[in-house]
Structures are given as C-alpha cells and as structure tokens.
Write a protein that binds this ligand. Structure first.
Ligand code: RIB
Ligand code: CA
Length: 309
C-alpha cells in the first residue's frame, strides 16, 4: 500500500515522464498534489508544464501549486539560460484545463503535512527550494514526512559543473537545509540515473504503444537528452526523474546504501557538490541509490504508458 504522495518538480521532460508514470492508470499512486519550482525553466513555465502533463494524462483535476520562483540565496538563471533546457519540446501537448489553485506550494506542503492523517512521501524532482522553505517556516512538518525521495547530486562528475548536478547546483543552500533535517531520504544521483538510458530500441518500444500519451512521451524523449548524449557519448538520454517514481512503485529495481552526505555551499569551483562518503560509517538518514535494473524500469514505464487510453 503506497503512502500519500506529493511530487515537487520543475518540468522539464524527465519530470514530465515521471509525472506520467505517477499518474498512470496501471498503478494509481495516492497523489495529493503537485508543487512546482523554478529550475529547468522559470516557474511560470514549470507550473504551466506540470498542468499540461496533468491534462495529457487525463487528470486535469490534479491540483498543481506554484512555489518558489528563485533559489534561497543565489539569483541563478534557470537552466533555460544555464544549460539550454527548454521546457517540454518534442510533443504537441494539450493546454492546461481549468484554473490552478492560488495557494502557494510551500503553504500547501505545510498544510498537508501538519494535518496529515498518515505520514506523506515527498518525491522531489527539481531544486529543493520549496522543501527547504517549508522546513524553515514550519520545522514540525518533518515528523509527518514518511520519506524524501530525491533526484539530485553526483558521486562522480556533475552535469552543470564538473562538481555539481543541476538540482543541487541551482539551490545548494536549500539542499543543505533538507539534507540536515534528519528526514529518511532516498537520493538518486547521476551515477544511477546515467544507467537509465532511453536507447533507440527503447524509444521504438514506446513509440509502438500508439496511444496519445505514449506518443507524446516518445516525442519528448526523442528530443530530450540530445545534449547529454553528445556530452557523455551515451547511446540514449539519461532518464533522471522517473527513477524516483519507479522506486516508489518497485524498490527492488534499485540497490541503495546508507551513507553520510554533505552539501558544498561555498566553494567557488565546487558549490553544489554532494559530498557523499561512500565508505563512511557516520550516522546518516540518507540512502543513496547505487545500481538499477534499467530494463526493468523501462518495462515498468512502457506498461504504465500503455495503460493510458
Ligand atoms: O540533473 C538532472 C536534474 O535536473 C533533473 O531533475 C532535471 O529535470 C533537472 O531538473
Ligand atoms: Ca527535474
């Protein structure tokens, strides 16, 4: 039985695929709502993109809350300027339906967690600004967070600087607040997500599904990851954020290790680095993902996309 879930995201194509996985009829997750944050593209676009994906999924009633438009301290340009991400290209998506809630995402997170009948899982797919602000504003919410499941960081090379992965780099101070809150956490770094590659063969299987959602997903995936494929000379674009939702659906797809982690917030060359002590024995509440059954993950994704009408 799945715990109630809130997804915090910055769509972005991989966020969009993660949302389609979470919303799939094949295995309906108890999604309380979606919160959006500035990241891949500015907040107005990440919020609109999340609502477009809900419309595409046939779930326009899913509440999508707009959150923080910038990091805690850094006034960093979004990925659109930083590494050229441009929202949800590659598919002709439906317009958002109805009107979005006016409540701020941070207030939604706090109200849900303070009044939770049971602990809530937070899936975090973008910079951690919303989560950090909620924890700063209302620290007592931590006791009602069942677990944080986060895409971010790197043990090896970063993807926005040699040291840092994008989500942590955009708001390292927020990441520090979150990772020092003592909340049970599962972290999916680039080292794992770069094992999950949308190869031409896998893309063909998604294209062959033939319903509107799968066709849109295939279009976005065909466009997405070209940059990473070229930079890293990979046979397919790495599917970062869906690892988080796939873990919620089937933990056995992954192996993890409980290790100490710290966030670099000052180094000129290393700001945003997740300093993961892979062989450390100091106490930690963070499980870092290691290996993944990538083929099993794509089977899960393909089954989910095929379950849409
Ligand atoms: O570094 C990859 C992460 O940054 C993903 O979550 C992607 O969507 C971007 O937010
Ligand atoms: Ca993301």
């Amino acid at each position: 039985m799945h715990s109630p879930l809130i997804v915090d995201c910055d769509p972005g194509v991989d966020d969009a695929i993660a949302l389609l996985l979470a919303l799939a009829p094949a295995h309906p997750l108890p999604l309380l709502g979606i919160t959006t944050v500035a990241g891949n593209v500015p907040l107005a676009l990440t919020h609109r993109n999340a609502r477009k994906i809900c419309a595409l999924a046939g779930k326009p009633e899913t509440p999508v809350y707009a959150g923080c438009p910038r990091p805690l301290l850094r006034s960093l340009a979004t990925a659109e300027e930083v590494h050229g991400a441009t929202g949800l290209q590659g598919a002709d998506l439906p317009k958002p339906v109805g009107t979005a809630p006016t409540q701020h995402a941070v207030d939604f997170l706090i109200s849900q967690l303070l009044n939770a009948a049971e602990p809530i899982t937070l899936a975090v797919l973008g910079p951690l600004t919303n989560i950090a602000v909620a924890l700063i504003q209302s620290p007592q919410i931590a006791k009602n967070i069942k677990q944080l499941v986060i895409m971010g960081g790197a043990r090896g090379q970063g993807n926005i600087t040699p040291s840092a992965e994008f989500n942590i780099y955009v708001d390292p101070h927020a990441a520090h607040v979150v990772f020092t809150a003592g909340i049970p956490t599962v972290l999916f770094t680039l080292d794992t997500t770069h094992q999950v590659l949308t190869t031409p063969e896998r893309l063909k299987r998604i294209q062959a599904i033939g319903n509107p959602v799968a066709t849109a997903a295939a279009g976005m995936l065909a466009f997405y990851g070209q940059g990473d494929r070229n930079i890293y000379n990979l046979p397919g674009g790495p599917l970062h954020d869906p690892c988080v939702i796939a873990y919620l659906l089937n933990q056995d797809l992954f192996t993890t290790k409980q290790v100490p982690i710290a966030i670099e917030t000052t180094g000129e060359q290393t700001i945003g680095r997740t300093v993961i002590d892979w062989y450390g024995e100091a106490p930690s509440t963070v499980q870092v993902a290691d290996t993944v059954n990538a083929e099993g993950l794509y089977e899960l994704l393909i089954d989910a996309l095929a379950s849409y009408s």
